[in-house]
Design a protein around this ligand. Structure first.
Ligand code: FPP
Length: 257
């Protein structure tokens, strides 16, 4: 693997989140059915998972199926679910071998039973892995996730097991699907759209956003490395001034606002 020397391994984003967009357009441009784009998208998934593992990124979240994607034509939904099952089944040994741990966020129980079964088995098989955490966002919608968290907290307050003063940024975050993961520091969206599309709205508060015109099935390691290099050239101020950031030691550079 050709990892550019210019990438600073000590300043990697702890968590990269990707909106894998453009499968349909990629296929249409080739006179093919949209589903062909999804198949080819899996090749990119494999390449990017390998690259993240090799370079030492701790967390990678892939937006593989949104809560809104259920509204697509049934044939496409079915093809995506089948592709998911087949890909997990085919790749799980490789994930295990490569020390990748699989996680799923989203409305898990809305997935077909066979998907749930395959995902549960893969999660179990990779549970002891300590390398890359691969997080698949499936049937995921961020507004729904936030409302769900608010309801859980409201129930605890009503039951007297949580005090209203204990509702903070942190405790709220603990009620999101992503409670065990750090917030993404880099969010990549492929295929030239400049939207967040109901993806990790709470967690992306301070993420650096990177947009590329490359369609997902063409997105490869070199594109990921370009995004990481671009991220490393940015000044992350977290509401502070540029002068403050340059004089503060890195471990104290984070804060809110
Ligand atoms: C968006 O492109 C892509 C999706 C809705 C599905 C992404 C799924 C995969 C890459 C394959 C399965 C993934 C795993 C992890 C096994 P689009 O169809 O919206 O493209 P368009 O905007 O060009 O129509």
């Amino acid at each position: 693997m050709n990892i550019p020397e210019s990438i600073d391994r000590t300043k990697l984003p702890a968590h990269i989140a990707i909106i894998m967009d453009g499968n349909g357009r990629w296929a249409k441009e080739r006179g093919e059915d949209r589903v062909y784009g999804h198949y080819e998208g899996v090749v990119s998934v494999r390449d990017i998972v390998d690259a993240c593992g090799a370079i030492g990124v701790g967390h990678l979240t892939l937006y593989a199926f949104s809560a809104e994607n259920w509204n697509r034509p049934q044939a496409e939904v079915d093809a995506l679910m089948e592709l998911l099952v087949n890909t997990i089944r085919k790749e799980v040994d490789e994930l295990k071998k490569n020390n990748v741990r699989l996680h799923v966020i989203g409305d898990f129980y809305s997935l077909p039973a066979i998907c749930q079964k395959e995902l549960n088995e893969a999660k179990e098989m990779t549970a002891m892995n300590t390398g890359l955490n691969l997080i698949l966002a499936l049937s995921y919608g961020s507004r729904n996730e936030i409302v769900r968290a608010a309801k859980m907290i409201a129930e605890k307050v009503a039951a007297g097991t949580m005090h209203i003063d204990d509702i903070t940024d942190d405790t709220f975050g603990q009620h999101l699907y992503t409670s065990q993961f750090p917030d993404p520091e880099l969010m990549i969206r492929t295929s030239g759209e400049y939207r967040i599309s109901n993806f990790l709205l709470y967690q992306l508060a301070y993420a650096e956003l990177y947009f590329t015109n490359v369609h997902w099935p063409d997105f490869r390691q070199q594109h990921l490395f370009e995004a990481i290099l671009n991220y490393q050239q940015r000044e992350r101020r977290f509401g502070k001034t540029s002068e403050q950031i340059q004089t503060i030691k890195p471990e104290h550079a984070q804060g809110t606002n």
